[in-house]
Design a protein around this ligand. Structure first.
Ligand code: NAP
Length: 268
């Protein structure tokens, strides 16, 4: 283990930590020794997730109920996360909406507005509330979870695509504005990942086509030209978050790390 790997003594906040990539990110940060606060809107879900994450005797995970679309809720959540250990070192902006596939030209404007409100403005709201609290000792770091659709125009994913592309731009501006405070800001762009949400969608598609979920995923791999020939495990996305949040990435800021198995082409 290198000295930069450990997050011992640091406190992190992960939005959308009750499942999927947020949960995997929380797991990765905990594995490196951080204490982790997780946010979601559902009290029972966020508490259950905290119980699954935390195997320690002293509490290493703090469940917080908050809505990233609500300014007051976000401010209260940040105060709670910071007050828990008296410090905040790491912010993972991850909470985002699940969207039905549709051409961007046909998507309901309310759906697009809501997607921006949760993800782009949610990331901005949480970052604004977090920046004055984040450690200025060089340990402070923000990781934004964007997505492969920011870079590759996969048909029918235009709404997530324009939101994720805006998250990439936000990352770049935040990195510039946070640098004088010695806080690094980066993003990851995950590709197709076997989160609970996608596994359920794969099952449904498999039942409809009378094939196996593995065959459904293999079809996506082929269509998208995923060079590694498979979908990601959530832990592989969490590992990238852990890296960018740690001192292993101490000279990395304003960057987007694509964690997509080499996803290379849009389909016709
Ligand atoms: N899964 C993938 O393959 C993939 C690929 C590329 C990018 N991404 C991005 O990765 C992020 C996570 O995706 P995921 O698939 O893990 O999503 P997910 O399984 O749907 O989880 C979303 C998390 O965000 C929380 N959340 C949603 N809206 C919220 C709000 N307004 N306030 C607070 N919490 C909220 C959810 O809890 P509640 O609903 O209980 O609030 C849940 O904890 C998203 O930004 C997504 O765009 C995912």
């Amino acid at each position: 283990m290198t000295a930069g790997w450990s997050l011992d003594g640091r406190t992190a906040l992960v939005t959308g930590g009750s499942r999927g990539l947020g949960f995997a990110s929380a797991q990765a940060l905990l594995a490196r020794g951080a204490k982790v606060a997780i946010i979601s809107r559902n009290d029972a879900d966020v508490k259950a997730a905290a119980a699954r994450l935390d195997s320690g005797t002293s509490p290493n995970v703090l469940p917080i109920v908050a809505d990233v679309t609500d300014d007051e809720s976000v401010k209260a959540a940040l105060a709670q996360a910071h007050g828990w250990q008296g410090r905040l070192d790491i912010l993972v902006n991850n909470a985002g909406p699940q969207l039905a596939p549709t051409p961007v030209t046909e998507a309901d404007l309310d759906v697009i507005t809501s997607a921006f409100d949760t993800k782009l403005f949610g990331f901005l709201r949480v970052s604004r509330a977090a920046l004055p609290l984040l450690s200025e000792t060089g340990k402070g770091s923000v990781v934004n979870v964007a997505g492969a659709t920011a870079h590759v125009p996969i048909p029918n994913t235009g709404v997530t695509g324009i939101v994720n592309a805006s998250v990439v731009a936000l990352t770049s501006f935040l990195a510039g504005e946070a640098a004088p405070k010695n806080v690094r800001v980066n993003a990851i762009s995950p590709g197709m990942t076997k989160t609970e949400g996608w596994l359920a969608k794969n099952e449904a598609a498999a039942a409809q086509q009378d094939i196996s979920p593995d065959d459904v995923r293999a079809g996506v791999v082929k269509a998208l030209g995923i060079r590694l020939g498979r979908w990601a495990e959530p832990a592989e996305i969490g590992a990238a978050v852990g890296f960018l949040a740690s001192d292993d990435a101490s000279y990395v800021t304003g960057q987007v790390l694509r964690v997509d198995g080499g996803l290379s082409k849009p389909v016709a």
